[in-house]
Ligand binder design. Structure first.
Ligand code: KG4
Ligand code: ZN
Length: 336
């Protein structure tokens, strides 16, 4: 069979990324230009600033991605691009770019759901991985527990009812003036702290629910910080970080294991920015081991936003004949 070359574009938030994949799972290039430094001083992503930066950067990223992959535009078989969910202005930059390339090159356009991209990062990292399996997707914008029945076929078991897991990390880090993004900072601090120092609530909701809720935990941490300040008591940042992180990851791990049990799945995958969390990876592996469940997650660079994961999802859509029209629009609140 002839090789299929996919050009992938991702601009849904604050990473401008273009990559090239061979047969959906082999990365020829995966260029990522992060805007984190630009947004840091605001404590979070400023949508208008993000869109403008994507426009300034995207041409150079395409050149780099083609050069690294050692191909020209004529070698491309299809173009995969994120069309949602995300920031509308940011999405429109990548989507318009992808549409223009598809039109000019007369190649098929494949619109990809960003959350689906995160799931597919595991297919790139683990060449032998095949559905079905359970996947926990935890990022700055989403928290989902999903049963992956087949490539591109999903059964949603649960989702967050309020904040996403990564959002909770970012908000707590902001409240403690630790910097942005909060996840990696809290992850590092946790290694030096006592996870049992403060007993923050573990929110499981109804007994049989696979949904998540992190806003109560966030309030509990903010109340604790205020209380300590008011009473002039010490705040041991490492201990608060470790105790907060433990409250998040215990719930994530326990619900995911219960989902694997329900679906009789002996494979669990983790995806999304929070899948980079070392505490989460470790606890999931520890608890799954005794149950004979294999835990898989992507390397850190494939956990956070990148184009390669979008290309992988787009490849499976393409071979199933799921091609988009050139009037495809950005859908900021696109569901999985
Ligand atoms: O997947 P991603 O790059 O963007 C979205 O689609 O949202 O995820 C970014 C999120 C941020 O909230 C960031 O704080 C979190 O992932 N994150 C982490 C870690 N690395 C990134 N959260 C916890 N621990 C980490 N090591
Ligand atoms: Zn993402």
């Amino acid at each position: 069979m002839e090789n299929i070359i996919t050009l992938a574009i991702e601009t849904s938030c604050d990473e401008t990324s273009i990559g090239v994949l061979k047969n959906g799972r082999e990365i020829l290039s995966n260029r990522i230009s992060s805007q984190i430094e630009l947004h840091k001083k605001f404590g979070g992503v400023v949508p208008e600033v993000a869109s403008r930066k994507h426009i300034e950067t995207i041409d150079y990223i395409l050149d780099d991605a083609l050069k690294e992959a050692n191909i020209s535009l004529n070698d491309i078989d299809n173009i995969a691009v994120t069309y949602g969910p995300g920031l509308v202005g940011a999405l429109l930059v990548g989507l318009s770019y992808g549409k223009a390339l598809a039109y000019a090159l007369d190649k098929p356009l494949v619109g990809v759901n960003h959350i689906e991209g995160h799931i597919n990062a595991n297919f790139i990292e683990h060449p032998e991985l095949e559905p079905p399996f359970v996947c926990l997707i935890v990022s700055g914008g989403h928290s989902h527990l999903v049963y992956i029945k087949d490539y591109g076929e999903y059964e949603i078991l649960g989702r967050t009812r309020d904040d996403a897991a990564g959002e909770a990390f970012d908000k707590i880090a902001r409240a403690m003036n630790l910097g942005y993004p909060g996840g990696p900072i809290i992850d590092e601090l946790s290694k030096e702290g006592n996870k049992d120092a403060v007993n923050f609530p573990r929110v499981y909701l109804e007994e049989d629910s696979f949904d998540f809720s992190f806003s109560g935990l966030k309030s509990a941490v903010l109340n604790y910080l205020n209380n300590q300040k008011q009473k002039d008591l010490d705040i041991v940042v490492e201990d608060v970080a470790a105790s907060f992180q433990q409250a998040v990851i215990e719930v994530l791990v326990n619900k995911t294991l219960r989902a694997a049990n329900l679906k009789n799945s002996n494979i669990i995958t983790i995806a999304g920015g929070v899948a980079a969390n070392e505490g989460l990876r470790k606890l999931m592996e520890e608890k799954a081991k005794g149950l004979g469940i294999d835990v898989k997650y992507p390397s850190k660079i494939l956990c956070t936003d990148n184009a390669a994961m979008i290309g992988c999802a787009g490849y499976y859509d393409y071979i199933k004949g799921r091609i988009s029209d050139l009037d495809l629009n950005a859908v900021p609140n696109l569901k999985l």
